[in-house]
Structures are given as C-alpha cells and as structure tokens.
Design a protein around this ligand. Structure first.
Ligand code: URA
Length: 428
C-alpha cells in the first residue's frame, strides 16, 4: 500500500509549530494503529504535541480519528437513560466504585469502561480485581447483560474500542508525554464517545496528585473535553475537583475497595461521601433520571444491593474477605501542631512503590499494598502520633516508600489549613 504521508514529515510539521491538516491527522492515527508509524515516531510526535500544542480543530479531528480506529458500542437495547462519569485520575480516587451502583439504584444505567493505573494514580480495574473472582474482561454481550440486569457495569474497554488510544496511552506512560491537554482530552473523550453513553460527567482533578497541577490548566482541559463531548452529541459537564490531598483515608487497591463498601453501607470518610453524592446528582440531572434521591439510596441499602448484584454478575464474591498485605510499617509525626497540608503526589508515589501500581507495562499489582491515613489536614497532631500505616507483601519496598513520604505532611503550631476546596470549578 502506498502511504499518503511520511511520519517524518508529520513530526517535522508539529515540531515547527505548524497546524496538522485533517488528512495528516487521519493518516497518522490510522498508520500508527496499523503499525506503519513506529512507536519511536509516535513518541516524537507526542512530545512535539506536548511542547507545541494543538488548536481545537486539530484536537477534534485527532479524537475522531481515534474513535474511527475501532468500534462504537450501542446501548439502544437499554431502556434506562445512560449516564457515565470519568475521572482524569488521582490518589485514593475510588469514587467510581460507590458511584456506579449508586446511580443504578437511582434509576440510571451506568456503562463504566474503566482503566488501570497510570503512573502514580490508581486504576478502577486494579482496585476491583482485588475482589476474589471478579472479572474485568467481558464480551460486549456480557457487558450488555450485566448493564441490563444490574443497572451498572464496570469493566475493561474491549480490544475493539479506540485501539489507537490503547497503543498511544501505553506509549505516553513511558515517554513522559502524559501531561498534554490535547492528548489527555482526546484519549479520554475518544473512549467515552465510542463507549456510547448519552451523558457524561467529567471529574477533572487538579493539585499535586493530578496530571494537571494548576487549576487554570485543569479548567482548560475540562472545557476542551466538554466541547468535544457536545460536538459528538453527548451531554457533557465537568467538575474541576481537588487532588492536592488524597481522597478518603485509603490509597491502594483492596484498601480502597474496603472504604468504598463502607460508603455503600452508609458510612465512610466525609470527602468520599460528599464527592460521590455531588457527582451522582450531576449525573442524574444531566441524564434526566427520575428515581430515588442518592442520599436515600446510600442510607436505605439499595446502592449496596446494586453493588452486590453487579460484583456477583462479574464473577466476584461480595462477601469474600479482601486480600491483606503480609507486612506493615508505620509513619509517625515528628512535631506537634495542626496538619495544614498533605501532598497527594508523595502519598501516591509511596503507595505505588509499595506495589499498588506498576513500574513496567503488564506488571501485576499487589492487591493488599497501599497506605492507610490516620489523620488529614485540619487535624491537631501530637508529636509521635501515628499518621500512616504502610502495607506491602515485600518489606524490601518500605525504605523507598518511606523516602517518598518525607515532607508529605506539614504540621504547624496554630497553622491554617492550606488546601483546595473540594469543587474548584463547575463547567457546563
Ligand atoms: N486517562 C485517560 O484515559 N487518558 C489520559 O491521557 C489520562 C487519563
């Protein structure tokens, strides 16, 4: 086959700050998916995009080309309104776990195609795989059946959905090209549009533990994604939310499942409950779902019923004991005062080093690894107080994890708490 362009020519155009034409974009995505453009060439192009950006026409075309690299899901057999949410990734961000069954209990259908951990951020599938028997890989028919029977399905996107993104996502992870607005926006929105949801709420994280540290950059990312969704006919809204501090009191796969179940049982940490309810209300309003109030569904056990049904339908045993790491270590306060901040990135990196995340593609994560937080910003701390418990199966991982935690909290006598509000901005 004679190719329309050469990869070198497309890379050079972006390197020299030129706009890529529609034809160049269509070709480069198709040729990369077909293996004609090599990984090293796509890496160079991704870096040129990270450094020189893309305008909204280029981002929209790039997104469409990634959608067209694969299939589109079709939920027309589902009678309930479909609603989905997507987080750009954070530390301790387990919200999808209680949220999907909660919205199902309120009358929605939640087709949640999720991912695995990227860098220091945890992945929904890695968390759920800590439940004995639970399966992330479902056929399209199985997905439809679980969604129909349970009102929610959380699973891996099949190989046919946006295959260009699958390759590019893995490449970006190992070439320091994750943090580019055009690449993040097109990666997320190509999957969400191909997934076929009719409404989508985006949870765009900002702060040290997010890919977009700066709230202004996070808001640009949010607007870019909302525009891409709207142009594709998906009702889309975004909340820019805090990721300067980890969410909740647990970071790590099974630890986060345990905390999510606490939320579904009507308890759990207040920030996790608050964000779950906020996102549930946004999803319900946007999708036009008329059912139970989410706060009632958490209290009356119907969200928990939906969770148990969904986990069982995917082969999991909701009553099985969750895996526990073999070894523990502790991190103590060295001074007294008020905890004024906690750095989500440092805690995320420590959990990652304990084995909760991967350092190489395809590596297995440890189900029990991670960190339990015993205090959060705003708490008054005594010198010598236990701040965190570290969990891993491999004790040789402790020194590097403890090293990552140095300077992770600041404790100041009479200090004022210095953190972002939970919702920084709402974009619709
Ligand atoms: N999540 C995605 O799906 N893609 C990105 O690029 C970043 C987070």
């Amino acid at each position: 086959m004679i190719e329309d362009f050469s990869a070198v020519e497309v890379i050079a155009a972006k390197r020299d700050r030129n706009e890529l034409s529609d034809a160049q974009i269509d070709w480069v995505i198709s040729a990369y998916t077909r293996g004609v453009v090599a990984d090293e060439q796509m890496s160079a192009l991704a870096m040129a995009i990270l450094l020189n950006g893309m305008n909204s026409r280029e981002i929209s075309r790039w997104t469409n080309a990634m959608i067209n690299s694969g299939e589109r899901m079709n939920w027309s057999a589902i009678t309930r309104p479909t609603a989905d949410k997507h987080s750009t990734g954070g530390v301790g961000d387990k919200i999808t776990l209680p949220l999907a069954p909660l919205v199902a209990a309120c009358g929605g259908a939640v087709p949640q195609l999720s991912g695995r951990g990227l860098a220091h951020t945890g992945g929904t599938l890695d968390k759920l795989e800590s439940i004995p028997g639970w399966r992330a890989d479902l056929s399209n028919e199985e997905m439809l059946k679980v969604l129909q029977d349970c009102g929610a399905v959380i699973c891996a996107a099949g190989a046919g959905l946006a295959p260009a993104d699958k390759k590019l996502y893995a490449l970006r992870d190992v070439t320091a090209t994750v943090e580019a607005i055009p690449l993040i926006a097109s990666s997320i929105m190509s999957k969400k549009i191909a997934e076929g949801t009719s409404s989508l709420v985006l949870d765009v994280k900002t702060g040290s533990g997010a890919f977009m540290h700066d709230p202004a950059q996070a808001a640009i990312l949010a607007r870019t994604m909302v525009e891409l969704g709207r142009n594709a006919g998906v009702k889309t809204r975004a909340l820019v939310t805090a990721m300067d501090v980890p969410l909740g009191l647990t970071v790590g796969n099974a630890l986060e499942v345990r905390e999510s179940v606490e939320v579904l049982a009507g308890g759990g940490p207040s920030d996790v409950v608050e964000l779950t309810l906020l996102l549930a209300r946004e999803m319900i309003e946007l999708a036009g779902i008329s059912g139970k109030d989410p706060e009632v569904a958490l209290k009356d056990g119907s969200a928990m019923d939906a969770w148990r049904k969904m986990i069982s339908a995917q082969g999991g045993n909701p009553d099985a004991a969750l895996p526990v790491a073999r070894e523990k270590n502790q991190y103590f306060a060295t001074e007294a005062g008020r905890m004024v901040s906690m750095d989500a990135l440092k805690v995320g990196v420590a959990a990652w080093r304990l084995g909760a995340g991967r350092s190489r593609q395809g590596e297995k994560v440890q189900a029990g690894a991670g960190i339990e937080l015993h205090a959060k910003p705003g708490d008054d701390i005594k010198a010598g107080q236990l701040l965190m418990t570290l969990h891993t199966d491999e004790p040789e991982r402790f020194p590097r994890a403890l090293e990552a935690l140095v300077g992770s909290v600041s404790i100041v006598a009479g200090g004022e708490v210095n953190r972002l509000p939970l919702v920084v901005e709402r974009i619709q």
